[in-house]
Design a protein around this ligand. Structure first.
Ligand SMILES: NC(=O)c1ccc[n+]([C@@H]2O[C@H](COP(=O)([O-])OP(=O)(O)OC[C@H]3O[C@@H](n4cnc5c(N)ncnc54)[C@H](OP(=O)(O)O)[C@@H]3O)[C@@H](O)[C@H]2O)c1
Length: 477
């Protein structure tokens, strides 16, 4: 028998773009008890909120799933496997496991967010997989209720679609675009998405429903023009017939922060119309009136300017956590270590200086060298330097920081960054504050002969880049 209380909620994807925001929204309700199923608890924002219980594991781990579901009334499914090999098959297994574990534990309701779009029109494997996930979750309506939301482009500070549009507009006064920029879509602001996801847990919402959500119908060209207006810029947009999916994805990869895989899945989604197909949102949630596209853009721009970005598209850890970073750096084949005394400086001040590295502040010295490295990374289809950072002052585990991922933060003691740029091996950059010293270490585990050659080729550059970096961290403190 399930002893669930309607306020006990399981949230998955709490380290992802949507999940982080849903978590904050749910916690606004003082009665909520929240269970989080996460693969790497370290990447959750630190909190001493006693209403939160963290279960380490994934949807592929039956024991963790059973523990996560115990006593739960409503379970949020806000995850996907895009970015890992054979993601569609993984997503099928993940959704089946989740639905069956929910039913076994007597969970009352699953709330899922997938993508807008019809199965028969789909050319995007990612969107097809999102549809399949919804079908699997809602295949047993007699055993469990499912509210399946379907959203198209989500506009919010840090969302992939918004970052792409913003970067293209900022960087390119004249834009040559594929002809699909005239395809119709129905974007929605992230705050409205979160409002729907939160409202769906009310007891008055019963049964299994597919709920399409979106604000006004617009084509991508109009979105870009309205975004340019909101940014106070004039832009020329020229759609041409010859840009293929591959070329366009490559273009986005080079000019915007998103890597090739994300760019490709978004571009694939552009070629077919994605608009709301049912009136369930108005019937079930009449109190929610989505903001216009332009208003959502204005909110996103303001949040980015005020350093108030709650989550970013690049937050999720993915395969970063397949490596045990602390053990791996101990086994590094090459280490470049520099040490300087803190002098009169407090550890806290130096730590804050370390935490402000990268993003808009740059890498203190030789920024042009980092830019060149980032540019070549982008050309090779990597993440490049222009992902920037979520906040200019704070670092949390799981944050992306230009082409690094933050994999450890110990306040006033240590920051460890793992390289997500394309390198023939594994690389880390560590700052440690210990015994009155700042210790900066670059670690590298090469892959094959090319990995070793790569390290030796960079030794002359490292000698002045790293030497100056540690000096600059102290100078800025
Ligand atoms: N973001 C958008 O613009 C958008 C638009 C329309 C629809 N949606 C839908 O919204 C949902 C959430 O998307 P998102 O953008 O928030 O994704 P996201 O930022 O990529 O985050 C994915 C989350 O899933 C977790 N995860 C992946 N596989 C897992 C597993 N097997 N077990 C447990 N956790 C797992 C990841 O954890 P790690 O940190 O450990 O990797 C991460 O927290 C998806 O269904 C997506 O289709 C999103």
């Amino acid at each position: 028998m399930n002893n669930s209380h309607s306020n006990t909620i399981l949230l998955t994807g709490a380290t992802g773009y949507i999940g982080r925001r849903v978590k904050m929204k749910l916690l606004e309700d003082a009665d909520v008890r929240l269970k989080l199923l996460v693969r790497h608890p370290g990447s959750l924002t630190r909190t001493d909120d006693r209403r939160i219980e963290v279960i380490k594991g994934s949807t592929f781990d039956p024991a963790a799933l059973a523990e996560a579901m115990r006593g739960v009334h409503t379970a949020y499914y806000l995850i996907h496997s895009l970015g890992s090999g054979d993601f569609a098959q993984k997503d099928r297994i993940s959704a089946t496991n989740f639905r069956d574990a929910s039913i076994a534990a007597g969970v009352k309701k699953i709330i899922y967010l997938g993508g807008l779009g019809l199965k028969e029109d789909q050319t995007s494997e990612h969107l097809l997989s999102r549809i399949e996930t919804g079908e699997i979750l809602s295949a047993k309506p007699e055993a469990i209720e499912v509210i399946w939301f379907r959203a198209g482009v989500i506009i919010g500070s840090g969302s992939a679609s918004f970052e792409i549009i913003r970067n293209l507009i900022q960087k390119l006064p004249v834009m040559i675009t594929p002809k699909w920029v005239r395809t119709l879509a129905q974007p929605i602001g992230v705050d409205d998405v979160i409002r729907y996801l939160d409202a769906a847990r009310q007891d008055s919402i019963t049964g299994t429903h597919t709920v399409d959500i979106g604000a006004e119908v617009l084509c991508y060209e109009t979105m870009m023009r309205q975004c340019a207006e909101a940014m106070g810029l004039r832009r020329i947009i020229l759609p041409v017939p010859f840009l293929t999916i591959g070329l366009s994805s490559y273009w986005l990869n080079v000019f915007t922060p998103v890597p090739f895989t994300v760019a490709r899945s978004l571009i694939e989604g552009l070629s077919s119309e994605v608009t709301v197909q049912n009136d369930a949102a108005q019937r079930l949630f009449p109190e929610i009136r989505p903001l216009s596209f332009k208003k959502s853009v204005q909110t996103a721009l303001r949040e980015a300017e005020e350093n108030q970005v709650l989550s970013r598209w690049s937050d999720r850890g993915g395969d970063v956590w397949e490596t045990d970073h602390l053990h791996s750096i101990a086994d590094a084949v090459f280490v470049d270590r520099k040490t300087l005394p803190l002098g009169n400086l407090r550890a806290e001040t130096v730590f804050n200086s370390v935490c402000s590295i990268g993003g808009e502040h740059g890498w203190f010295r030789y920024d042009w060298l980092w830019e060149i490295r980032g540019f070549f990374d982008k050309l090779a289809g990597g993440v490049g330097l222009n992902r920037g950072r979520r906040s200019q002052t704070e670092l949390r585990i799981g944050d992306s920081l230009d082409f690094w991922k933050v994999v450890d933060v110990v306040p006033n003691k240590r920051v460890l960054l793992f390289a997500q740029m394309i390198v023939p091996g594994k690389a880390w950059l560590e700052f440690r504050i210990e015994n009155g010293q700042l210790i900066q270490s670059a670690y590298f585990i090469p892959k094959g002969v090319w990995g070793r050659l790569y390290w030796y080729m960079l030794v002359p550059l490292h000698s002045f880049v790293f030497k100056d970096m540690i000096r600059s961290v102290l100078d800025r403190s």
